[in-house]
Design a binder for this molecule. Structure first.
Ligand SMILES: [Zn+2]
Length: 71
């Protein structure tokens, strides 16, 4: 990996690509969506822009979440 390379992730809310450092990582914990602030929670995660609109859209998109988490 090149030095200074920043990973890019796709937001599950709006579908736009952003730098992973600018996004929130969300994981499913006991059936609830929680933000992985410390980037240390296990399991599959989804990425979402740090804004309420994307977060809400993501939370409403149950089908998409189920697919993302392979439920
Ligand atoms: Zn977004």
């Amino acid at each position: 990996m090149k030095r200074g390379h920043v990973p890019v992730r796709t937001c599950k809310g709006c579908g736009q690509k952003r730098l992973a450092t600018e996004m929130a990582r969300l994981v499913l914990s006991e059936g609830a969506l929680v933000e992985d602030w410390r980037k240390c929670l296990p399991g599959r995660g989804v990425y979402c822009c740090r804004n309420d609109q994307c977060r809400l859209r993501l939370e409403k998109n149950k089908k998409g979440l189920k697919r993302a988490f392979r439920l």
